[in-house]
Structures are given as structure tokens and as C-alpha cells.
Design a binder for this molecule. Structure first.
Ligand code: RUQ
Ligand code: CUA
Length: 635
């Protein structure tokens, strides 16, 4: 094993590591000596590979040209999802899923507040994992789903309008970390890991009795976004993936001891990956063999039983202590758990999982067919669809390419080197993901290394540095770093989808459900949104309806009384693609976006007598500056 690690040093053909080199540049700079680009390992690679990859796909996207892939990035503690073009790594859009957005008014419009629901009191989120909906094992371009680790939520994003349309707060658990979708026949169900253990129910009981703290896997209906069942487990739940038949989900557990302090969590030699038998769980729910917890109506199944290997619902496969990512191979044969504290990844054969649930053997550990050593700190693994795996190793700051079948052969005693290449990345990589890697159409074109630190790769911008997403060409035999992309915290995880899968809308449809409730309110007020500009007075409540068309608001002024609760409803009747208007009301903290053919509304209290101008905040016309009006507030 150590041999393989040494071999890898030879892969760096220059014989000097990037970091040593950086030291050398600094020294050369001081001495006033120049270095030709030919001496810089990274740059030499880029020149040699021209501007296309082995399959002729461009990695330099010229101005005006379009990317081949959509990338969807989970923005970590920024609470958002970002859309990037790949391979250019140009940021195309941000979707403010859980946070507040000054530009679009997400979190302020009545339409977005309805979607945020009870949790609209929170101003933030922590989006770790974004995944696209599936039909028959590959992306179908309908939805994205993303977790909120901070406030225990799962959100759905409609891919036609690229806006969040449903959010669910998951009961009975705390901190949703890993999420994955059923891949076949479609998603179907969304599986969400509750990471932290808590008392059941968490209503003040058992505060000092961690022995009574538990967590669960939750299954959410991908259409209704309701939690349809939950299953209690031993230990905790970190990351999860599913198989390609719709039968299993498999989660890593780094706290099998259910400790509440670090030493307690680090106690056991081994933790596990727990496989969930979805049909068995669904049958029990259907048969009514479940309980409920506290006020929640969600059926809860008991999946504990790690000490005897599992239950009819769960199989606890022992793996080295503190595993992290779990990734299914695109051929649907293996679950691969990443060691984190162990330099290994654990390969679980899914055919053996079938046999274990069928009672063909007893010890779940026998489903592990290989545990290859890959490097220090393996966190996540991705695939090229050609039988190779790419594992991010945090401590070594590398992406390690290895061959799955060779690793299995080596475990059977064959003398083969399954490691193909180790590539330095900059620095401390978390996730890594290849194009289409989470589908049965994994195409092995590009790989992204999502690095938590950029250190010296960019101009310093204060104590807080940019983070670093690196694009790597994996189309040939050799991985080649093609460029760096600075990221605002945090580049957490991403998926990359062929562009033909994504079919965005060009204009809003007037009957879009996104603003249906606002349309219904107008109907009750007898207002035709597309034509009329009207003020409806309803006691202390005032509803102001107006149209917009560049460069005018339908009302150049409206009058209210101090203390009125004012709802402004705007319908943008422009028919031109991307012709957005804004309604920005001075000194009231109000600013919302109204897309072409959309209706949007905002409610606020008029508590300051006087003249308050509103203006359009999205540049729409040569007379955009003149697109304004007055709210007159009587004392
Ligand atoms: S987990 S850096 Cu939140 Cu995605 Cu592994
Ligand atoms: Cu309307 Cu600017």
C-alpha cells in the first residue's frame, strides 16, 4: 500500500510539488530571477493540452459561446444554489433558496413567503447537497432538491423557472445533511439524513439522557414534498446515496456510539454504512405497523438492531471509524463509502445486499468486497462511467483516480496497481464531482474539485479568502487541471448536467402556480390584473393593483393613511424575454422583481406620513430612471 503512495509521486513528472514550487517562485522573485512559464508544471500542462479535451470538447468557451453543461452548486452557508456554465465555470444565476435576496425580493414577496411557510422567520440556511430529479436512472430536468442543514429543511427548485417552489421542515429530527433521490423508475422519494441525535420527541424530556437521543432517515414525496415516513436508526446519519433500482438507500454513520462529545464519538474502532430496504419499509407503513412521535403524524418505523447486523429494514455494514461520503457507482453495482479518518474507501457490493436481506448470509461485513487505500482523508468519490473512480482526499489535497475492478482484483490477491493518478488540487478539497456522474449516463468529460481553501491562488482580499473550484479534464487517460474558479463561501457540492436536459422557460406563463394565490386574491377583489390599475380599501388594509410596461407604472401615485397595511400587486405586461421590472419603495426596505408576464406582490406597513417615491430597480428602458411614482401617506 505504501508503495502505491510512493508511485504517485512519480506521476508528478516535474518531480516538484506545487507547494514546493510556490516556495521556489517566492525565492526567485526575491532574487530578481525570472521563471519561464515552461517551468511551471500547471501551466505547461494547460499549454500542451490546447483548448479542447480528448473528445474535442472545448474547455475554453469563447465570448458569446454557450457551455456544454449546466452546473448546479450548493452554496453551503450562503444558503443558496448557484448555476454555473461548465466548462467555462461562469456563474450564470443564483437561486436564493433559504436566504434573503436584495435583488429579487426572495423572502420579501408574498409569493416567496408562502413557499418559505412557517420557516420564513429564518433568514438563512446551509445548503450542502443539490441533486436533480431522475427518470430511469438519469436526469429528467424537472426539479432540483437541496437540503438545509441549519434549519432542518428540504427545498425543491423548479428547473423551468429556476426558483424554489416548495420547502418542507422535517419533523422529529434535527439538521438534514445528506439527501439523495430515488433514481428508478423516477424520484419518487427524496431521502434525507437527520445528522444530529435528539430526544424523541424533542420537547424538553431526556435533556441529560443522551442514551435516549436518536435520529432517523426521512422519506419525502418528490411531488407533494410531504414527509411520508421516517425510520429510526442506531448511530447517526451523515451522507447518503441510492441504488439504480429504486430499492435501497445507503447512509454513512460517523457516530455509532451516539456520543455527544468528541471523545465519545471517537470511541469505537468501527462505524458503519446502513442500507435501507425501501420496499420492506413501505410494506410495513402500508400495513400500519408503525408509531408516531409527539404531534407529528408521520409514520415512524424502527430500524435499529445494529448489534445483530440490522433488521428486516436495515443492514448495518461495518466500515472503518468516521466514514463520510457515500457514492453509488453509475453501473449500479456498488456503494462506496469514503473513509475520512481511514485512508481507505469501502466497496459494498449491492448484489450481496440483496443476498443478506434474503437471509443468504449473516455478517453484513461480508458484503464488503474491497477496501482499497487511496490517500489521506478520503471524503467523496465520483465516476467517469469508464470504470474509474475519483476520490477527493482532504488531508493530501489531491484527487485520486483509481480503477474499481482493479481494486477488487487486488483485494482478491492479484498483483495490480489500481491507482491511476494522483493530482494535486488547491487546497483541502471537500467534494469532487464529474459530469453526469450521479446517473447511468456518467460521461467522464469534466471533473470539479471543490476546494475549501485557495490560500495563494488569488489576490488576497482580507482575512477571508476566496475558496476555489478547480476544473479538471478527465476525458483522456490523464487528469489535467484546466482552470481555477474562485468561489464565495462555500463551494459545497455540485452536479453537472448536459445542457440538452435543461429546458428553461423564456417567459412566465400567466397561469403559473407560483403566483396563483395572488391571482386568486385579485379575482376576489374583482381586478383584472393584466389591464386594471386600482386601489382597493378594505378597512385598515389597502391593496394597490398596478401593471407595468417599460417605462411606466400603471399608477403614478397612490394614497394611503398612516398605519395602513399596504399590499402592492404588480403585473408586468411586457412580453419581451428578460424584460424585468422592479418595485423599489424608498425608505421602506421594499424591493421586488417582477418578471415579464409575472405577477408579484409585497406587503408592508405605511408608518411614515409624507411622500415616498417608488422606482423601477431593474434596468428596462432608456427611460428607466424616469420609471417612478409616489406613495402619499396621510398623517
Ligand atoms: S458533506 S465536504 Cu456536507 Cu457534503 Cu462532505
Ligand atoms: Cu422598469 Cu426599469
Amino acid at each position: 500500500m505504501t508503495d502505491q503512495r510512493d508511485d504517485l509521486k512519480d506521476d508528478d513528472k516535474t518531480g516538484i510539488s506545487r507547494r514546493t514550487f510556490l516556495g521556489a517562485t517566492a525565492a526567485a522573485g526575491v532574487a530578481g530571477a525570472g521563471l519561464s512559464s515552461g517551468m511551471i508544471p500547471g501551466i505547461k500542462n494547460a499549454e500542451a493540452s490546447s483548448k479542447t479535451n480528448a473528445n474535442g470538447l472545448k474547455f475554453h468557451v469563447d465570448p458569446g459561446e454557450l457551455d456544454d453543461y449546466y452546473g448546479f452548486w450548493s452554496g453551503g452557508q450562503s444558503g443558496e444554489v448557484r448555476i454555473l456554465g461548465v466548462p467555462s465555470m461562469r456563474e450564470l444565476m443564483r437561486i436564493p433558496v433559504f436566504n434573503r435576496d436584495s435583488a429579487t425580493g426572495w423572502g420579501q414577496t408574498n409569493e416567496s413567503k408562502r413557499i418559505l411557510g412557517d420557516s420564513s422567520e429564518f433568514m438563512n440556511g446551509d445548503t450542502h447537497h443539490v441533486h436533480g430529479s431522475y427518470t430511469n436512472g438519469t436526469y429528467d430536468g424537472r426539479y432540483l432538491y437541496v437540503n438545509d442543514k441549519l434549519n432542518t429543511r428540504v427545498a425543491r427548485i423548479r428547473m423551468d423557472i429556476m426558483k424554489t417552489d416548495k420547502i418542507v421542515t422535517v419533523p422529529n429530527v434535527t439538521s438534514i445533511h445528506g439527501i439523495r433521490l430515488q433514481k428508478y423508475p423516477k424520484s419518487g422519494l427524496i431521502f434525507a439524513n437527520g445528522e444530529m441525535i435528539i430526544p424523541q420527541p424533542n420537547d424538553g424530556r431526556d435533556l441529560e439522557t443522551p442514551a435516549n437521543y436518536w435520529t432517523m432517515l426521512s422519506a419525502i414525496d418528490g411531488e407533494t414534498m410531504e414527509v411520508v415516513w421516517q425510520i429510526i436508526v442506531d448511530g447517526n446519519l451523515d451522507n447518503v446515496d441510492t441504488d439504480y433500482t429504486g430499492k435501497y438507500a445507503c447512509s454513512t454513520c460517523y457516530n455509532s456510539a451516539r456520543g455527544v462529545t468528541l471523545p465519545e464519538m471517537m470511541g469505537p474502532e468501527r462505524d458503519w454504512a446502513v442500507v435501507f430496504n425501501i420496499p420492506a419499509i413501505e410494506a410495513a407503513v402500508k400495513a400500519g405497523k408503525y408509531k408516531t412521535i409527539g404531534d407529528s403524524k408521520v409514520p415512524v418505523i424502527d430500524g435499529r438492531g445494529a448489534e445483530k447486523g440490522g433488521s428486516k429494514f436495515t443492514m448495518y455494514v461495518p466500515v472503518p471509524r468516521s466514514p463520510h461520503g457515500l457514492n453509488t457507482t453509475p453501473d449500479g453495482k456498488y456503494f462506496i463509502a469514503n473513509g475520512k479518518l481511514s485512508p481507505t474507501v469501502t466497496i459494498i457490493e449491492i448484489a450481496k445486499v440483496d443476498q443478506w436481506f434474503a437471509g443468504k448470509f449473516k455478517d453484513p461485513r461480508d458484503a464488503v468486497i474491497a477496501e482499497p487505500e487511496v490517500g489521506l482523508g478520503p471524503l467523496h468519490t465520483t465516476y467517469d462511467g469508464r470504470g474509474n473512480a475519483y476520490t477527493s482526499v482532504f488531508l493530501d489535497s489531491q484527487v485520486v483516480k483509481w480503477n474499481i475492478q482493479d481494486a477488487i482484483s487486488a483485494a482478491k490477491g492479484k498483483k495490480v496497481n489500481y491507482i491511476r493518478q494522483k493530482l494535486d488540487v488547491h487546497y483541502q478539497i471537500g467534494h469532487t464531482k464529474a459530469t453526469m456522474a450521479e446517473t447511468n449516463e456518467a460521461d467522464g468529460q469534466w471533473l470539479v474539485a471543490l476546494c475549501k481553501f485557495s490560500k495563494d491562488r488569488y489576490l488576497p482580499v482580507g482575512p477571508l479568502h476566496a475558496e476555489n473550484d478547480q476544473l479538471i479534464d478527465i476525458s483522456g487517460d490523464e487528469m489535467k487541471l484546466v482552470h481555477d474558479g474562485p468561489t464565495f463561501p462555500e463551494p459545497h457540492d455540485c452536479i453537472m448536467m448536459r445542457r440538452d436536459i435543461v429546458r428553461p422557460a423564456r417567459l412566465w406563463s400567466r397561469d403559473d402556480p407560483y403566483f396563483a394565490e395572488t391571482v386568486a386574491m385579485a379575482k376576489r377583489d374583482g381586478v383584472v390584473l393584466e389591464k386594471e390599475n386600482k386601489v382597493i380599501r378594505d378597512g385598515n388594509k389597502v391593496r394597490v393593483y398596478m401593471t407595468t410596461t417599460a417605462p411606466t407604472f400603471g399608477l403614478s401615485n397612490f394614497k394611503v393613511k398612516k398605519g395602513n397595511e399596504v399590499t402592492v400587486v404588480i403585473t408586468n405586461i411586457d412580453q419581451i424575454e428578460d424584460l424585468h421590472h422592479g418595485f423599489a419603495l424608498t425608505n421602506h426596505g421594499v424591493n421586488i422583481e417582477i418578471g415579464a408576464q409575472a405577477t408579484a406582490s409585497v406587503t408592508f406597513t405605511a408608518n411614515k406620513p409624507g411622500v415616498h417615491w417608488y422606482y423601477c430597480s431593474w434596468f428596462c428602458h432608456a427611460l428607466h430612471m424616469e420609471m417612478s411614482g409616489r406613495m402619499l401617506v396621510e398623517a
